[in-house]
Ligand binder design. Structure first.
Ligand code: H2U
Ligand code: ZN
Length: 351
């Protein structure tokens, strides 16, 4: 099979790989990729929507559920989530209960939740935005990261795309949750990147990028400042990691041309995803950068994760159930095969 070229023999047999960012393992079962599938088929997500939907709470000029009216915005638009999961400047009526009991621990937290509309056009998605509009999204991510980072330790920028990922509204939008604590994923990546820096004197993800650029088989696409790869330890079938090719710890540190090149590569990646199964490709994506505190940041490299659920077609998805819930993540198609499939789906002019 042509997909198998460049894969060492051991990679054709069941094995485990380590995710150095999280310390978790992934079980890879390449020999199983051809087993028959008789399971669920979701309806393909069709996108033939109006440019403005009078019933959409994210479209310009419309009223949101909370009663606020959206302005007649022309580019990106950021507002406070009307149903925030975390509250800012809350006055806690009491300290958490049971702080003395090691079995029932809790802590008080504060933070804010924002919604970011990527475009006033209800029918667009990131891959369909003009490059100028995509650059405006990049600027919004950078600005919000800087503004919220001045007050909060962690700024989580993310997008849930598609009903399959639990997105409640097709209007192109993402979210930002900023908190006065480090969530577990952040804490884990922080610990492991710092440990790596202490051990080797280099940033972990700089070494990953260098190795992968040399090896090439897991690279999907690259430009002067960025590269997209299927990580060696990918859990989701077509999971990708977007890495800078220069040292940078946080989004707001990106200069003009790095932002331009970021807009380009996000557009290429999301177009490639849409082309893979001929559908508006669902995913959860998000940015990780150094926490906003007073510690050094040289162990950190800014990066984005894309976690798409689809496995074999617009309707056949990967479920993280059974063994994944009870033991550890498992995949059949190898990361190398996934990267090759994604390269084949790149827009012609970048192949
Ligand atoms: P998702 O579809 O990705 O969940 O994002 C929609 C968000 O928009 C969701 O968090 C918020 C919801 O709380 N929202 C508002 O802030 N105002 C509204 O009028 C409706 C939805
Ligand atoms: Zn809309």
């Amino acid at each position: 099979m042509s997909d198998n070229k460049n894969i060492s023999p051991a990679m054709d047999q069941p094995h485990r790989r380590l995710n150095p960012l999280t310390g978790q393992h992934i079980l890879v079962s390449p020999h199983r990729a051809k087993r028959p599938w008789l399971g669920q088929k979701d309806e393909p997500e069709s996108r033939n929507l109006p440019n403005h939907d009078p019933d959409c709470y994210l479209c310009p000029r419309n009223e949101r559920i909370g009663g606020d009216k959206n302005p007649d915005y022309q580019s990106t638009y950021v507002f406070d989530n009307d149903f925030p999961a975390i509250l800012d400047e809350i006055e806690y009526s009491e300290e958490p209960q049971n702080t003395q009991n090691p079995l029932f621990q809790s802590e008080n937290i504060t933070g804010v939740c924002k919604v970011i509309c990527f475009s006033p056009d209800h029918n667009l998605t990131l891959p369909k935005l003009s490059i100028t509009a995509m650059r405006a999204v990049v600027d919004s991510w950078c600005d919000e990261s800087q503004k919220l980072g001045a007050k909060y330790q962690w700024v989580q920028i993310f997008e849930n795309k598609g009903a399959m990922m639990g997105c409640s509204n097709p209007h192109p939008h993402g979210q930002i949750w900023a908190t006065d604590f480090l969530p577990d994923e952040a804490q884990n990546e922080d610990d492991r990147q710092r440990d790596y820096f202490t051990a080797y004197g280099r940033a972990m993800l700089t070494d990953v990028a260098e190795h992968e650029l040399g090896q090439k088989e897991r690279i999907v696409t690259q430009n002067d400042d960025w590269l997209v790869l299927v990580p060696y330890w990918a859990e989701w079938p077509f999971e990708t990691l977007l890495l800078p090719r220069f040292p940078v710890a946080r989004m707001d540190q990106l200069d003009e041309s790095q932002r331009d090149n970021l807009a380009h590569i996000v557009q290429i990646l999301t177009r490639c995803y849409d082309a893979l199964f001929g559908t508006s490709f669902p995913y959860s994506m998000g940015w990780h950068g150094a926490p906003f505190d007073n510690r050094t940041t040289q162990a950190w490299q800014l990066h984005a994760h894309f976690y798409p659920p689809l496995l074999r077609s617009a309707t056949v998805r990967k479920f993280m159930v059974g063994y994944e819930m009870m033991a550890e993540s498992q995949r059949d198609i190898t990361p190398e095969q996934a990267a090759s499939r994604l390269r084949d789906s790149l827009p012609r002019d970048v192949q």
